[in-house]
Design a protein. Structure first.
Lengths: 109, 114
């Protein structure tokens, strides 16, 4: 399984874009990149996923580099409610998801 | 009502006791999972089931067993609980056949083993 590397913590000012990086240099051609977040001790929440192309939905954008060895999750206008732990996961689409330790994002006023 | 319901939400028990955590879902999904989370750590997969007759071990299955009683129900058992099984447990479901982009999680069951 491809492993991911994320910074343990990041800060972001409210209203600014939060850019969360993830390295996955050993990713295989059929492995997707998923992002989840966990607020306090709630169940993790799905954000977005992608394979090669950049993706955008109502929550965030996912930018995957051309060589697919890294990606960035972008929250365009961070709010205090976006304070959470963000998990980047790489996995074959039909298989189970394995979570790492994630990035703790703190959004401050 | 929640789509994925876990019971109990909180439980304190003693070493050696048998504990069952239950999960039920109304999403009609075939796939169900049990994860464990320790303080400050990510989630670790205990067991998963892709349909009623399919049960698979995850990363940390030792000391745990599961039962898929129906499509909508997936139970996790600790036959003889020990203190290092104190953790927050999550059940999750995902879409059917070839679509695993989105996991839906329950609210968690906090277990304390004294």
């Amino acid at each position: 399984d491809a492993k991911t590397t994320q910074p343990p913590s990041m800060d972001c000012a409210e209203g600014r874009a939060a850019n969360l990086p993830c390295n996955h240099s050993t990713i295989s051609g059929n492995e997707y990149v998923y992002w989840y977040r966990q607020i306090h001790s709630q169940g993790p929440q799905y954000i977005i996923h992608g394979l090669k192309n950049n993706e955008t939905n109502e929550m965030a954008s996912l930018i995957i580099t051309e060589d697919r060895k890294s990606s960035t999750l972008i929250l365009p206008h961070a709010t205090l409610r976006d304070t959470a732990v963000y998990y980047c996961i790489v996995r074959v689409r039909t298989d189970k998801l394995i979570f790492g330790t994630g990035t703790r994002l703190q959004v401050f006023p | 009502d929640a789509d994925v319901t876990q019971t109990p939400r909180n439980r304190i028990t003693k070493t050696g006791k048998r504990i069952m955590l239950e999960c039920s879902q109304t999403k009609g999904h075939d796939r169900m999972y049990w994860y464990r989370q320790d303080p400050g750590l990510g989630l670790r997969l205990i067991y998963y089931s892709f349909d009623v007759k399919d049960i698979n071990k995850g990363e940390i299955s030792d000391g745990y067993s599961v039962s898929r009683q129906a499509q909508a129900k997936f139970s996790l058992s600790l036959e003889s609980a020990i203190p290092n099984q104190t953790a927050l447990y999550f059940c999750a479901t995902s879409g059917n056949r070839g679509e695993i982009g989105e996991l839906f999680f329950g609210e968690g069951s906090r277990l304390t083993v004294l």
